[in-house]
Ligand binder design. Sequence first.
Ligand SMILES: *Cc1c(COP(=O)(O)O)cnc(C)c1O
Length: 400
Amino acid sequence: MSHVMNTYARLPVAFVRGEGVWLWDESGKKYLDALAGIAVNTLGYAHPRLVRALNERIASGIIHTSNLFAIPAQEAAADRIAEITGLDEVFFCNSGCEANEAAIKIARYYGHKRGVERPEIIVFEKAFHGRTLATLSATGSRKVQAGFEPLVSGFVRVPLNDLDAVRAVAEHNKNVVAVMIEPIQGEGGINVARMEYLRGLKEVCDRHEWLFISDEVQCGVGRTGQWFVYQHAGISPDVVPLAKGLGGGVAVGACVAGNRAKGVFSPGKHGSTFGGNPLACTAVVTTIDTMKDERLLENAAKVGRAIRDGITQGLAGERGFVEVRGLGMMLGVELDRPCGDIVGMALDAGLVLNVTSENVIRLVPPLVMSVAEAGQLVDILVRVVKSFLARPALAAAKAG
Ligand SMILES: *Cc1c(COP(=O)(O)O)cnc(C)c1O
């Protein structure tokens, strides 16, 4: 019996080696990776620059000191993040939920400073913000919340892409101090906020002096072809929680603040023992610098388009295929039926991906993927989806 707590339904595959966008399991079988450890392994596997930087960091003997002291690597990482976000201040933590916890605390503190005693935050249906109690409460999925009540209060939920719903809340609820939005919902099925909606939402926030929190934990850090999704909309948010792709595979989270959220916190208001340690911050600096030098944003846009076009053409007219959506290298392929079985079928065919929201195949490959490799991804995926859709409904129902 495994002593690992039973929180994940794991597939019986263990990857033991990786290079670029390729993975190998214990038996030596090779896989093309379209998942990147869930949008984490930005630079793929064994990127020489990241390997060298991390090795040097470890060999220096200093992988952790404490936030009680100055940490040059943390200063360098904060400089990089300030530059690419266009914001001012970075709080470092270790994961996405912690980055969102920091954002929620900033919003509440901002509210209290403005005399709002019970500050509330507008959140969205189908959003995912994490598994800690506050972020779970902000998440728009009853499945994830069930059994963990009482939830944290102070969240008001509205549908995505409906500005009138937000305006209606603004009219009668004077406790609102912030809006927290995932501009592309990852876990919720790759649902993209319309750019004019994001701009309209920003206007409502400005009018009421609410904080605009853009949860870019999954969609941020270059994946969509811009550093951040809000840049596609041409707006500047107040708070941006980051994590997944930020450290190229090393665990790190960051809550970035600027505009109205600048200077909200002072010493003692928030903290993290491991947050911003030299190992994680070396990973951040190296990941961002490498992305710039290798022009990975352009690559994400180009390769993402190739994948999207390839799948759209390959599955055109196929009964059961609904659409491909997303931005850059954050794509969802929606089918008209639950398709969890595709994960195992793809693995058999040498492709790593996952399924979210029951019927959406999620593709979030490493950003170093080439157009040729994207072609291989499309070939395998189209073949697997066709054979999945060709299965008799009865067999599909039994297996499902
Ligand atoms: C994954 C994710 C989180 C939670 O990140 P963890 O590192 O798992 O805590 C929060 N928000 C979004 C948008 C995510 O995709």
